[in-house]
Write a protein that binds this ligand. Structure first.
Ligand code: NAD
Length: 712
């Protein structure tokens, strides 16, 4: 079956993309071959017979999603990558040189190679549809655009905007694309092709003036149009990239290098340098890993599947109990997705803070042009604060986010059981308490489920959905669909203390505590983790969570799992001596004048006389990572998670485990399970500590030379 379909109506050709057996159009080998031959046909008839060409898509809401990632993934040598990029550009350049008025009619996602194709057309039109998203997201896959994007985009939207678009990989909407001069006209979705045809006619008749970019301000004009300005701009762009990526991601730096070296140079030189840079990146492990994470993300848009026989209930209105950090954050998120909620607390101050925080987040979204001003007011108005259960009687789903105390939670669920209709789903955001126990208090435990958000709610993409032994299929399906509607990646896990992610993460935080006790400097511990790619060090994270909360969860897990999860004594000492019973974010570190520094009293408080140790960075890192891998293996052994992919997506989306390492268990496979088991035994012997003993699941993989993802 053909991927392209060419129609000629009078003197205008319409080239329609429709990749067979695929939800999206992609530029793969077949499509490019077809495009090559069609462009040759058009070249032969251009001018006399045919005057214009519209490139369009048959897929709804998708123009062209980009080059075929499967083909990029298979690239095994830089030579092969250069060839692929050069052939692609050769074909697109032929399209660009056609003696026709060429228009890309963008009806939806126009990404990567799709945008590069559109950039080779003389004009671009787009529909008013919200599905229109235009960008070059290659850096997110550890690559740079390889079909001329680094060369063409600056010419159309200007050097500054183009560089920023390429470095961020972010997509722009149709109206923004029009403002930037990236598209020339916006038309109603139903009339996109017809109106594009009229647009060509007007151009042919010379009746239309195309206004591209707006005039630049003085500052931007200096940065873009003078050699000194450009040097300043590239220097700053490089510094910003290093600050953001901490040097772990080479692609954005390569993109800067290519644009800097080729801007204003001949097209041939630019094209070759772009292809060479692309080829170097395409064979890196980082790019291959980021592609794996891309697939994982795609898979978890629909997985876990909701059984087709179960119809999830509609959720039109929600209740939230507890307006603290989490409840307030959840209310804001629901407002963002236009879901009204009643937000209940026993404390007026908490409600006030929750509304203020939500307003701050909405205002920020407006500043970043994600929301319009009127949307901010509307969305904020969807959060309705209360100190009673009034209004909860007609909610479809309630999320409980009160303090982490079983008795209080059970009391709330008893009340919720009585006040809500029997169709409403009752979800708890508990971090560590068993859902089954919480559900015992509700009059119908089958509609109780765990819905564990991560902090901060608007930023962390993961939720764990926890199924208790009593949760009904219907309640589970409704919760999964609801969580996806509010933009979350969902993993379904078993009802065990700490569930999946906190259970794994706590072993790591605890190990950091033990290293501290053994005399390792805490800023060294944090540095080692950050150097590995974690977004922050474990001790910094304990401060973020609050040492009181961290300690509480650690004790719950110690109670459940015994010696191997024994809470590092440091947590208790610090909690007791510093801020007994008080929630604080400054404990191990203190903040002064916006700077964070180690608390000078911390070693004294912890009872450590001399903070220096013989533990090497390598051993410290292995200890922290290998206990996590061991715990994750146990979770698979016990069926807490169904497969390694669930652990990997959960750790990346819930804790910020570095995506360029492809996930905790993919990383483990890259080291070899036999290697990990051996090292864990060594640690167990050296430290006489049960927590290092490898679990049977891990041992059996090591013995049979398998990894989490199969044969290594
Ligand atoms: P928080 O202390 O900030 O807020 C709890 C709120 O619940 C307070 O405003 C309190 O006034 C209110 N409250 C207490 N009893 C109530 C009742 N009977 N009815 C209504 N409101 C009541 O706590 P938090 O950090 O938002 O945590 C809430 C829950 O979310 C806990 O179960 C916690 O384990 C879980 N959680 C927390 C985080 C986190 O990082 N903070 C992450 C995931 C899950």
């Amino acid at each position: 079956m053909d991927a392209l379909n060419l129609k000629i109506e009078n003197d205008i050709a319409i080239l329609e993309f429709d990749t067979p057996d695929s939800r999206v159009n992609v530029l793969n080998r077949q499509t490019m071959q077809e495009l090559d031959s069609i462009v040759d046909q058009l070249a032969a008839r251009a001018g006399s017979e045919i005057k214009g060409l519209i490139v369009s898509s048959k897929k709804e809401g998708i123009f062209i999603a980009g080059a075929d990632i499967k083909e990029i993934e298979k690239i095994s040598s830089a030579k092969e990558a250069v060839e692929k990029a050069q052939i692609g550009k050769y074909i697109l350049n032929k399209l660009g040189r056609l003696n026709l008025i060429t228009v890309a009619a963008i009806n939806g996602a126009c990404l990567g190679g799709g945008l590069e194709l559109a950039l080779h057309c003389k004009y671009r039109t787009a529909s008013f549809s919200e599905a229109v998203r235009i960008g070059l997201p290659e850096v997110k896959l550890g690559l740079i655009p390889g079909f001329g994007g680094t060369q063409k985009l600056p010419k159309i939207v200007g050097l500054l905007r183009a560089t920023n678009m390429i470095l961020s990989g972010e997509m722009v909407s149709g109206p923004d694309a029009l403002r930037y001069g990236l598209v020339d006209r916006l038309f109603p979705p139903m009339r996109l092709v017809e109106d594009s045809r009229d647009f060509i006619r007007e151009l042919l008749n010379g009746r239309v003036a195309v206004k591209r970019r707006k005039k630049q301000g003085l500052r931007n004009s200096f940065l873009e149009n003078t050699p000194l300005g450009r040097a300043v701009f590239f220097d700053q762009a490089g510094k910003n990239v290093i600050k953001k990526t901490k040097g772990f991601y080479p692609a954005p730096l390569k993109a800067i290098e290519v644009i800097k070296r080729t801007y204003g140079q001949s097209a041939e030189r630019g094209s070759l340098l772009e292809s060479e840079a692309f080829s170097k990146l395409a064979v890196t492990e980082i790019s291959k890993n980021l592609i794996k994470v891309f697939y994982l993300n795609e898979e978890f848009k629909n997985f876990p599947w909701v059984d087709a026989a179960i119809k999830p209930a509609r959720v039109d209105k929600c209740g939230i109990v507890g307006a603290g950090v989490m409840g307030g954050g959840i209310a804001q998120l629901l407002g963002f997705y236009d879901i009204p909620s009643r937000l209940k607390d026993i404390n007026y101050e908490a409600l006030k803070t929750a509304l203020k925080t939500a307003k701050g987040l909405f205002d920020y979204a407006a500043k970043k042009r994600i929301l319009r001003r009127h949307q901010v007011d509307y969305k904020l108005g969807l959060i309705s604060p209360t100190v009673t259960y009034k209004g909860f009687e007609n909610t479809d789903l309630v999320i409980e986010a009160v303090v982490e105390d079983l008795n209080i939670k059970q009391k709330v669920f008893k009340e919720l059981g009585e006040i809500t209709t029997c169709a409403a789903v009752l979800a708890s955001n508990t971090s560590s308490l068993p859902i089954t126990k919480i559900a015992e208090a509700a009059n119908s435990p089958d509609r109780v489920v765990g819905l564990h958000f991560f902090n901060p709610v608007h930023r962390m993409p993961l939720v764990e959905v926890i199924r208790s032994s009593r949760t009904s299929d219907q309640a589970l399906a409704t919760t999964i669909r609801f969580a996806r509607r509010i933009g979350k990646v969902v993993i379904v896990v078993k009802d065990v203390p700490g569930f999946l992610i906190n259970r794994i993460l706590l072993s790591y935080l605890n190990e950091a505590g033990f290293l501290f006790e053994e005399g390792m400097k805490m800023d060294d511990i944090d540095r080692i983790a950050r150097d590995f790619g974690m977004p922050m060090g474990p001790i910094e994270l304990i401060d973020e969570i609050g040492v009181d909360v961290g300690y509480k969860v650690a004790k719950i897990l110690e109670g459940a799992y015994g010696e191997r999860m024994r809470a590092a004594p440091i947590l208790e000492k610090v909690r007791d001596k510093m801020f007994p019973g008080k929630k604080t974010k400054s404990c191990f570190y203190i903040r002064a004048k916006n700077k964070k520094m180690p608390n000078p009293d911390i070693y004294k408080i912890a009872g450590i006389s001399r903070a220096d140790s013989a533990i090497s960075d390598e051993v410290a890192l292995k200890r922290m990572l290998y206990v996590m891998i061991n715990e994750a293996a146990r979770c698979l052994e016990e069926g807490v998670a169904d497969r390694p992919q669930t652990v990997d997506i959960g750790m990346i989306m819930g804790t910020g485990f570095p995506p360029f390492r492809a996930g905790l268990l993919r990383y483990a496979d890259s080291l070899g399970t036999d290697n990990i088991v051996r090292t864990l035994y060594d640690f167990e012997k050296a430290k006489k500590a049960e927590r290092f003993r490898p679990c049977n699941y891990l041992i059996s993989m090591a013995q049979t030379k398998r990894g989490f993802y199969g044969t290594i």
